[in-house]
Design a protein around this ligand. Structure first.
Ligand code: SF4
Ligand code: SF4
Length: 104
């Protein structure tokens, strides 16, 4: 995964939690292209938490009921620091030519 390089996704605590008491069943979260959610009679459920893109919060930002939350971003950033993930991602991006200016 580009955001993690080869770091195991299952070791990263990052996925949505839904408060069904706040959910107004607008369905916005079902727009996630990663199939993290499935729809049930009670509303959305988090079916595939490990498919959630690490660091993404789009569904929470657009949730009409403000019913979706994520783990503390500071913990995620601390993991990136401890495991040197920022440096690894940058190295990978350089190798892929993605940090080469387009006008060179
Ligand atoms: S976006 Fe929020 S309010 Fe809408 S269905 Fe999903 S969890 Fe419920
Ligand atoms: S944070 Fe992004 S990837 Fe994760 S469930 Fe929400 S929209 Fe999908």
């Amino acid at each position: 995964m580009a955001w993690l390089t080869d770091y195991p996704r299952e070791k990263v605590n990052w996925s949505p939690t839904i408060d069904l008491n706040k959910c107004v069943k607008c369905g916005m979260c079902m727009n996630c292209g990663k199939q993290v959610y499935t729809w049930t009679k009670e509303g959305p459920v988090v079916e595939n938490p490990l498919s959630c893109v690490v660091g993404c919060t789009t569904c929470a930002n657009l949730c009409q009921g403000e019913a979706i939350s994520f783990p503390d971003k500071k913990v995620l950033r601390a993991l990136y620091k401890k495991e040197h993930l920022w440096a690894k991602v940058t190295k990978q991006l350089k190798a892929q030519g993605k940090l080469t200016p387009a006008n060179q």
